[in-house]
Design a protein around this ligand. Structure first.
Ligand code: HEC
Ligand code: HEC
Length: 396
């Protein structure tokens, strides 16, 4: 395992290796096991593919097997939503690389989300979470949005129903025991903080590194000529595709935080020329991007360059799900943006003054676009999609 750098990291983190040590120490000190409470849970061993550093684990949420398994159940459990209709997996389905196949996500009460649901593989390595919000840095922080958010309502948990939802879990045949095992030492472990911690621990295990692209890197698969040409274009070995400059790092996007290879990346947000309403530079009010968080005019229309792992399964594309196919996404990058309209959002996105200048430098002809699409399809991780550790435990 490569060393995890300790330099650029918020103080609330420590290396996962240390979490295990902390757990062991706790267990050695007794950790409440004598008061008739469940014994300390067994620790955690990362079984990561070669070249993958463990993701960051917050100091107050160390990994253990009981917690990960509890998190898997909670992630797939619709009882967690106010009206019992929608689980996390309802919008992040394993078979679709943890997306929902919809242009924009739909919440428990039927309300549309303004944005497309991103996949969750390797999300633990992302520098920031969500399409344009630079604030959530941990999976625990991010989860407040789907659980408690009101604009839009996703799972609809609020002050009026949060205790009743916990009561549903409390009266389940398995949950009380599973919470006790996962959070050994706590007298009343079934509370929202621990729901969040368990799901986050599960999410940290969603590692995708078994695609044909990965296999080709380790010499266990050979890519076709077209896929190889696409790969060379993507990584800039030839031509002027510039893909890697925005979709960089082992996740091919986003800017990994503690990278899969142990390095620290920077988040990247870019305007790729999708809108320019009436020539005013504006994006639609519901989806203005980074500007909503920074207030800076130049951040209009800036969204995170998404990870492209498993991208063949995550259609439709872009923050608003407005593009149906990879071919069309590539054409749009090649055209320097898009002309949108007619309608209230009409305008020439290619002329958006805040467009990233790199977009105009992308020069890829039809054959090169086809090769790039072929390459993107090698990023599908078939073994991970079928991994029983990630599957819905309630499915029969
Ligand atoms: C209504 C559908 C819906 C539900 C239910 C939902 N999500 Fe999401 N999720 C989304 C959408 C849409 C986004 C993008 C949000 C944004 O950028 O504003 C997202 C983003 C995320 C991200 C950020 C991923 C990244 O790479 O940036 C994570 C992590 C996540 N969700 C986890 C969860 C968990 C855990 C649950 C259950 C507690 C959950 N989601 C429930 C729709 C949903
Ligand atoms: C200037 C930065 C930049 C460059 C260069 C770039 N992209 Fe993108 N790409 C983005 C951003 C940002 C998005 C999301 C935009 C949005 O939703 O508003 C995106 C979206 C995508 C998507 C859709 C993914 C999804 O899940 O919705 C694909 C596929 C993609 N890019 C492939 C490529 C390829 C292939 C190249 C090289 C030809 C490339 N990009 C070059 C920034 C870039």
């Amino acid at each position: 395992m490569p060393p995890v750098p300790s330099g650029h990291r918020p103080a609330s983190f420590h290396a996962p290796v240390l979490s295990c040590v902390a757990l062991v120490l706790l267990a050695a000190c007794g950790g409440g096991a004598d008061a008739g409470l469940p014994a300390e849970p067994p620790g955690w061993t990362w079984s990561l593919p070669p070249g993958f550093a463990p993701p960051l684990v917050p100091a107050d949420n160390p990994m253990n097997t009981a917690k990960v398994e509890l998190g898997r159940r909670l992630f797939h459990d619709a009882r967690l939503s106010a009206n019992g209709t929608l689980s996390c997996a309802g919008c992040h389905a394993g078979a679709l690389a943890f997306t929902d196949g919809r242009a924009v996500a739909r919440g428990a009460t039927g309300q549309n989300h303004p944005r497309n649901a991103p996949g969750l593989f390797n999300a633990a390595y992302q520098a920031t979470l969500d399409w344009a919000n630079p604030a959530p840095r941990t999976l625990e922080q991010q989860m407040h949005t789907p659980l408690f958010g009101e604009q839009p309502i996703e799972m609809g948990v609020n002050d009026a129903n949060r205790d009743a939802i916990l009561q549903r879990l409390q009266s389940d045949a398995q949950y009380p025991n599973r919470f006790a095992q996962a959070f050994g030492g706590e007298t009343a472990p079934l509370h929202w903080d621990n729901v969040i911690k368990a799901i986050a621990a599960f999410e940290r295990t969603l590692v995708s590194a078994g695609s044909r692209y990965d296999q080709a890197r380790t010499g266990t698969a050979t890519l076709t000529d077209s896929e190889q040409r696409g790969q060379a274009l993507f990584f800039g070995a030839q031509g002027a595709a510039h893909c890697v400059q925005c979709h960089g790092g082992p996740n091919l996007g986003g800017g990994a935080f503690v990278n899969i290879d142990g390095r620290v990346g920077t988040p990247g947000f870019h305007n790729i020329g999708l809108f320019n309403i009436n020539g005013s530079s504006a994006y639609p009010d519901s989806n203005r991007g980074l500007i909503e968080f920074t207030g800076k005019p130049e951040d209009m229309g800036k969204f995170r360059a998404p990870s492209l792992r498993n991208v063949a399964l995550t259609a439709p594309y872009l923050h608003d799900g407005s593009v149906a196919t990879l071919e069309a996404v590539l054409a749009l990058h090649a055209d320097g943006g898009r002309v949108f309209g007619p309608g209230p959002y009409a305008g020439d996105g290619r002329a958006n003054p805040y467009k990233d200048p790199l977009i105009d430098q992308i020069r890829i002809d039809a054959q090169e676009q086809a090769d790039l699409v072929a390459f993107l399809k090698t990023l599908t991780d078939t073994p991970a999609l079928a991994d029983p550790r990630f599957a819905d435990p309630f499915a029969r």
